[in-house]
Write a protein that binds this ligand. Structure first.
Ligand SMILES: [Zn+2]
Ligand SMILES: [Zn+2]
Length: 257
């Protein structure tokens, strides 16, 4: 099995290794139809994308698409900044982006001191000590995801539960309700097989993404193929295996503006 569209790839515009053209060439070599360039969100102090470089990114996308014939969407993997559900994509950014991914990351500018306490302090404590995370932390993190999905036209949630703790089923249901896809990441495994089984029982639709930080990983399917051997994956609810570009919530939303 091979995805036709990889909606989560990084480039040198954040901390990926290749250029936009390099990612497009890699996709073309795998016979893929398209990719999204989703570099890290603007609020990441170390390697977030810069708004002032968006125009150049767009030029690079147009040029790479022309050279390779691979459809290229310009987007971002935005940072969810806290319980309010705010992300670092502003309404004024909408016209410059084609696709809106979102995830929780460490060491970004969070919304409030309480969000720092929860997303940095508590989360790191439970990650390092391996003590079972408290119910209140799980409830908090679940709310972070759900409010982000409710309040923003997010296309996909990246690497759910990566270095955080949430109720995956509740987040998957929120995705299903609002038309946001849940990512099955082939970069790392973040959910246990039991958690995947629970998520697969909801109505959510999925995108398989590489989260490639180097061109050679664009379209990588290895971890997905392994998951698919262990767990009964609802292939018919994976939207990026066909020839057509799937419906994207952000794009639909922008048409209503
Ligand atoms: Zn990420
Ligand atoms: Zn990423």
């Amino acid at each position: 099995m091979q995805i036709t569209y990889d909606f989560h790839t990084h480039t040198k515009y954040s901390h990926g290794k290749g250029t936009i053209l390099d990612n497009a060439i890699a996709a073309n070599e795998k016979g893929m139809k398209g990719i999204a360039i989703t570099d890290h969100g603007f609020s990441h102090p170390a390697f977030g994308m810069k708004r002032k470089r968006l125009a150049q990114m767009r030029k690079d996308c147009v040029e790479a698409e022309k050279q390779t014939g691979v459809k290229i969407l310009l987007g971002t993997e935005s940072n969810i900044c806290g319980q309010s559900g705010k992300t670092d994509v502003l309404a004024t950014d909408y016209e410059n982006l084609d696709i809106f991914g979102a995830g929780i990351h460490r060491f970004v500018y969070y919304d409030t001191p309480y969000d720092y306490l929860r997303l940095l302090g508590d989360t790191i404590f439970f990650s390092i000590t391996k003590i079972k995370p408290s119910k209140s932390l799980i409830n908090y993190t679940t709310k972070v995801y759900v409010n982000a999905i409710k309040k923003n036209p997010i296309d996909f949630i990246s690497h759910l539960n990566f270095l955080v703790f949430c109720d995956v089923e509740t987040v998957a249901k929120a995705c299903a309700d609002y038309g946001t896809y849940l990512e099955i990441s082939t970069k790392k495994v973040h959910l246990s097989d039991e958690q995947w089984e629970k998520v697969f029982k909801t109505d959510v639709k999925f995108v398989i993404n590489s989260d490639a930080h180097s061109p050679s990983r664009v379209g990588d399917m290895k971890l997905f193929n392994e998951l698919n051997q262990r767990v009964d994956v609802p292939i018919d609810r994976i939207v990026n295996l066909g020839d057509e570009l799937p419906r994207l919530r952000f794009n639909e939303f922008k048409k209503t503006l």
